[in-house]
Write a protein that binds this ligand. Structure first.
Ligand SMILES: [Zn+2]
Length: 579
């Protein structure tokens, strides 16, 4: 491709709202443009990246026995109502009405649609297992779209759905997808890690995420790995061993109200009362928002030395959205300023109180007294306050003890590029999708679903591989393998050499971009670094006089003078050495 025949609008400046380096670079290098918040246009370079990555995904999905289909982006609300997710999907689901006033959904995932496809038609165990996938646009009404292609309102996904006769067979299907995923990300030049994750809105039995580990601040998710065993989970799921168990008193002591002037934070209260944080119970007030936008207050209790995990909390609360209460709301619920909330004598007696397991084991705890500058000592569950529901509500952090061995958890940032869900019979039960087993008995399908972010993964690659000059693409998802840069295209012999190398490479089947713009050498070389093709051939007057051109790999600072004669072989050799 000649630069002047395509559309690569590079920019000197990054858009002000771009927070991630990968977002900045994709905009600056002319890969994407924003149409509206969370909605992006993929320009010619990005289109090539998407096509290359999609082809890798197709190859490996097909090799794993999955078959490609294309389902509709639009679905009638009834399909989602049948599974019950229309009510629970929350405000992230993009919805619209047609001209007759009927309700529709712009699908964010296709469990319902594919289950309705096979229901009644996929009838026999002899047709199983079956795995169907598609590469298609998805929609999500993000509350705060950000990070470019990472969290958009419209994005491209590969989504696959497996149907099996029983759990054993499903495990085989699941493992095939896991193996395919590792191959896909490896071929895209990315080291991926598979971690346990929360099943979230998808439901089902268990789930994993495939993450690309990044060193920058870009990772949108924290991952915790054990430094000794193979334990790995994201922070929504990770657990840890309690190494700091408090001394549990044998007797319940008398409830006592004490002044704690100005001590609102855990640090201030522990310092003032001269106690360890594990004797305190933190009282956190949240708004549980339902599908009608009503906010109900709820209370969560965790030990003073712990952080609350909102995802784990909402697994119990099951709200459409969970929002930390603001100052006014806290005041309204507890009658006290922030920092002095507590479960004893709450103004609202009906309020639901969720407590972490660790809190349940405590006796004579210190809690806020719902009065400014006041705490209670020796509060006890059952005597002074009641707990409605208990569960694991804490967040694991770097340095915590591994739940499985004596190792330590290490925290890294990662970008989720794929996920896999063991759905069990959640959708086949609710949507009445059954087949006849070998005994002629109607059974629900055991299902799995498997996603890969087709537009997100390339951005994760940019986040992983770049330098001050721009993007450094892994070769198999680069828009072009080689960029030929004639430093002065107006000069006859340079132009002739450039055109000839471009023609030879194209003939040899190498993806090549020729920068035939009448720009200054500096501008072209900067742009070549910015767009990030793995190999650059620069053609200047001085070396060309000796029959040579400059070959440089984007990931190296070394420049090699190579004879024009053997240039194709030399480039092919260089490409082989690159990841
Ligand atoms: Zn371990």
């Amino acid at each position: 491709m000649r630069w002047t025949q395509t559309y690569i609008p590079t920019l000197r400046e990054a858009p002000a709202e771009a927070e991630l380096i990968s977002h900045k670079l994709l905009v600056r290098a002319g890969y994407i443009r924003k149409l509206a918040s969370g909605i992006y246009l993929y320009l010619p370079l990005m289109q090539r990246v998407i096509q290359k990555f999609s082809q890798i995904v197709r190859d490996e999905m097909n090799a794993a026995g999955a078959v490609e289909v294309t389902m509709s982006a639009l679905a009638p609300a009834e399909v989602w109502q049948k599974s019950g997710r229309y009510e629970t999907a929350g405000r992230e689901q993009m919805r619209l009405k047609d001209r007759h006033g009927r309700d529709y959904v712009l699908n964010g995932t296709h469990e319902e649609v594919i289950t309705s496809l096979v229901s009644g038609e996929l009838k026999s165990y002899k047709q199983l297992p079956l795995n169907m996938y598609q590469i298609q646009i998805k929609f999500r009404d993000e509350i705060r779209p950000r990070f470019g292609l990472m969290r958009g309102r419209e994005f491209i996904m590969k989504d696959a759905y497996s149907f099996d006769a029983d759990v054993e067979s499903h495990r085989v299907s699941y493992q095939k997808m896991v193996d395919a995923y590792f191959k896909i990300f490896e071929r895209a030049g990315l080291d991926s890690r598979m971690v346990e994750s929360d099943t979230g809105a998808m439901g089902g039995e268990s789930a994993h995420e495939f993450m690309v580990i990044v060193d920058t601040s870009a990772g949108e998710e924290y991952l915790l790995f054990c430094d000794k065993c193979d334990y790995a989970a994201n922070r929504e799921k990770a657990t840890f061993r309690d190494e700091n168990p408090p001394i549990i008193d044998s007797e319940e002591k008398e409830l006592e109200k004490v002044p704690t002037p100005g001590a609102a934070t855990i640090e201030e209260v522990t310092a003032f009362l001269k106690v360890d944080a594990n004797r305190l119970v933190k009282t956190l007030i949240y708004k549980a928002i339902d599908d009608k936008d009503n906010a109900t207050p709820i209370v969560a209790l965790v030990r003073g030395d712990r952080e609350l995990n909102e995802v784990k909390l909402n697994n119990l609360v099951k709200a459409v959205e969970l929002e930390m209460a603001d100052e006014d709301f806290v005041c309204e619920v507890t009658g006290a300023p922030v920092g002095f909330a507590g479960p004893v004598g709450l103004k609202n007696k009906e309020i639901t109180i969720y407590a972490d397991h660790e809190v349940m084991a405590l006796k004579n705890v210190i809690v806020g007294a719902n009065e400014a500058d006041t705490h209670y000592l020796n509060a006890n569950i059952g005597r002074d306050f009641e707990v409605t529901e208990t569960g694991d509500l804490t967040t694991a952090s770097e340095g915590d003890a591994c739940p499985n061995c004596d190792g330590r958890l290490v925290c890294k940032k990662g970008i989720e590029v794929g996920n896999t869900f063991m759905l069990g019979t959640k959708y086949s039960d609710s949507m009445d999708a059954k087949f006849l087993n070998s005994n002629g008995k109607a059974m629900p399908f055991v299902m799995g679903s498997y996603g890969i972010g087709i537009t997100r993964t390339p951005q994760a690659a940019v986040e992983r591989y770049h330098d001050d000059g721009g993007i450094i693409w892994p070769k198999d998802i680069a828009p072009y393998s080689v960029e030929v840069v004639p430093l002065n295209y107006k000069q006859d012999n340079i132009r002739e050499a450039a055109d000839s190398i471009y023609a030879k490479l194209s003939e040899a089947g190498v993806d090549v971009l020729l920068d035939d713009r009448p720009e200054r050498a500096g501008v072209k070389l900067n742009d070549a670094d910015l767009i990030g093709c793995p190999v650059r051939i620069a053609i200047g007057a001085k070396s060309l006089d000796e029959g040579k051109v400059e070959l440089k790999a984007r990931n190296s600072s070394e420049v090699h003078l190579v004879a024009v004669e053997g240039i194709v072989a030399e480039i092919e050799k260089t490409l082989k050495t690159l990841k």
